[in-house]
Design a protein around this ligand. Structure first.
Ligand code: AGP
Length: 596
């Protein structure tokens, strides 16, 4: 997790780096730092906390045309000023920022750096000390850098400055995301194009095991053993305004509001000239050729995968297993004869999912990635990609990407199923309108949050079938942004243990959108109410009863998750606001989880 930036050009680097880091804060926000090189040498500024805290310690007068920066999500060493990046070598000749985890840093320290006193607790410092060590032994900087990289096990995106070389940022990547940007009178480095859209929209992908020299006038890419690589830049079709909050107080609120538009955009993107829903023929063939689909994902994307299973089984008749990526990677189940792996990932960078993809490719099985980020690692490394078209999602809590994942999964399953009698295009249009009704009901959601979640310790979400999957997502949303302990349960499971936790006034949110199990879930509501729970029933039109707290518009049974999740997102948002939480950047979390 962590984000890195680098600038080498005609302009003053400081403000460009700080602005870039602000755009990368979603990747980590417990400490940050920048290093600026000018005639006097390299000066480092770092601070615990956010970029705004870093701004307070950066010398406003400092000027320099080359610099690197970092925003951190701590893995090795507590979040403090000392462990914040950039890190410097013993003589301060070399300065580094790093995203990733060096698994063998202890070993390297023991083997090569026994006499070097370390300043920080980080794995990163080992890299910069090694470069200095090898350069002292007579290697040029690029040779010392390459030798160091060849010793590292783990993941890294690195930008390195050499005080004795005023022209170059030394860059390398393995498993962690990294792009190089081609600007007018400058070249840049960033974990994510968003950080450098202020300077350019022309970016070059860097592949694992490559080393790049980023100079003002040129970019030189080579392999670890020195073979030159030519690669053309591509245009990033993002508008800088897509990544601004505008008049919204939080990205999360903006992103929830965008959900009806996202569904409409997906319908459009996945319609062919005849106006029918369609997907790429090669992907269609891969789906039809599979005897079983394995969906791999984490967090919210895993919850989307659970719904996706229903879509593939009901609309396409293909059996599906859904796996948490951090579990399946180290414990592959017995696979079917012709498996197709589908990776669902908003960011396309989740390390847990990526390690599974690497194994799947080693086994020679086909893989499809469904992601929001074109050119992301999971997209590049899979055989096929389908995009979510949700626009950048900045808030750590995923909202519009989840809805987009469900819409795309429904379309893919529907197209793969050919003969389905659902008019999915029409049904999705109805869903878009229903979501609009939901996001227009913010006042009511705020009231519900106050009524049910004021000063509570914990909360439960229950549902059956599709509603159960949405309960899991509702609970995740609430816990990650409000820190209320929240759990999602299959309604029928409560009585097998969890009902012991229900006390006077315990909030229980119950979803009732599935006709086949509506009576059963209502029975579960009665059970918890009899034990004192404060039950908030959210039902769907047609299945509603008098005392239900909120009724969502009627949509197709299979598509209810796209709508019923929205009140849960909004209730979580208002509960978090009420508690004074940092909604967009909850504690301990990061948007892109690029460590296993
Ligand atoms: C959702 O709100 C989360 N912050 C998190 O669970 C996320 O969905 C998970 O880390 C997976 O990310 P991905 O979709 O980018 O792979």
């Amino acid at each position: 997790m962590c984000g890195i930036v680098g600038y080498n050009g005609n302009l003053d680097a400081k403000e460009i780096l700080l602005k870039g880091l602000e755009k990368l804060e979603y990747r980590g926000y417990d400490s940050a730092g920048i290093a600026i090189r000018n005639k006097e040498g390299v000066t480092v500024f770092k601070e615990k906390g956010r970029i705004k805290d870093l701004r307070n310690v950066v010398d406003g007068e400092i000027k320099g045309n080359i610099g690197i920066g970092h925003t951190r999500w701590a893995t090795h060493g507590v979040p403090n000023k000392i462990n914040a990046h950039p890190h410097q070598s013993a003589t301060k000749r070399f300065t580094i920022v790093h995203n990733g985890v060096i698994e063998n840093y202890h070993l390297l320290k023991k083997q090569y750096l026994n006499n070097i006193p370390m300043q920080s607790e980080t794995d990163t410092e080992v890299i910069v000390q090694l470069v200095e060590q090898f350069s002292k032994e007579g290697l040029s900087t690029i040779e010392a850098f390459r030798k160091t990289l060849s010793l590292l096990h783990g993941s890294y995106a690195i930008a390195l400055l050499d005080e004795e070389d005023g022209d170059t940022i030394y860059v390398a990547k393995n498993k962690s995301p990294l792009l190089v940007g081609v600007g007018d009178g400058c070249n840049v480095v960033a974990s994510d194009a968003m950080a450098m859209l202020q300077v350019t929209n022309q970016f070059i992908e860097i592949h694992d095991g490559e080393v790049v020299l980023v100079q003002k006038e040129k970019i030189e890419i080579s392999t670890l053993d020195g073979q030159k690589i030519e690669r053309k830049p591509y245009t990033v079709e993002l508008d800088a305004s897509d990544i601004e909050k505008g008049t919204y107080p939080h990205y999360m609120l903006k992103e929830m509001d965008e959900q009806p538009g996202v569904v409409r955009k997906i319908i459009q993107e996945y319609s062919n000239e005849a106006g029918e829903l369609s997907i790429d023929e090669a992907i269609f063939a891969a789906l039809r050729g599979a005897d079983r689909i394995y969906i791999i994902a984490a967090g919210t994307s895993y919850h989307a995968g659970l719904v996706g299973k229903e879509y593939f089984e009901k609309l396409a008749g293909i059996p599906v297993e859904v796996h948490i990526s951090s579990e399946i990677g180290y414990n592959m189940p017995l696979l079917s004869e012709k498996p197709l792996f589908i990776f669902i990932s908003q960011s396309g960078e989740t390390a847990d999912s990526r390690q599974v993809l690497v194994k799947v490719k080693e086994l020679g099985h086909p893989a499809l990635t469904i992601t929001n980020v074109a050119g992301s690692t999971l997209s590049r490394e899979a055989d096929y990609t389908l995009l979510l078209h949700a626009g950048p999602e900045i808030a750590v809590a995923s909202t519009k990407a989840y809805v987009a994942q469900l819409a795309v999964l429904a379309i893919v399953a529907y197209v793969a199923g050919e003969g389905s009698d659902v008019d999915l295009k029409k049904e999705l249009a109805i869903v878009a309108n229903a979501i609009q009704t939901m996001v227009d009901s913010k006042d009511e959601m705020q009231k519900i949050a106050l009524e049910y979640l004021n000063n509570v310790r914990n909360a439960f979400f229950i549902g059956r079938n599709m509603d159960y999957y949405v309960s899991l997502e509702g609970a995740l949303k609430l816990k990650e942004i409000s820190y209320i302990q929240a759990e999602g349960f299959a309604g029928g499971e409560l009585k097998h243990g969890t009902i012991a936790l229900i006390e006077e006034e315990t909030p229980v949110f119950a979803l009732v959108t599935q006709e086949a199990v509506a009576l059963n879930i209502r029975g579960n509501v009665k059970e918890v109410v009899a034990r004192g729970a404060n039950a908030c029933v959210i039902s769907m039109e047609g299945l509603n009863e008098e005392d239900d707290r909120f009724v969502i518009p009627k949509v197709h049974t299979l598509l209810t998750p796209l709508v019923s999740v929205v009140p849960l997102q909004l209730i979580s948002y208002y509960a978090a606001l009420e508690r004074g939480c940092d909604v967009d950047k909850p504690r301990n979390l990061a948007k892109s989880v690029t460590v296993e």
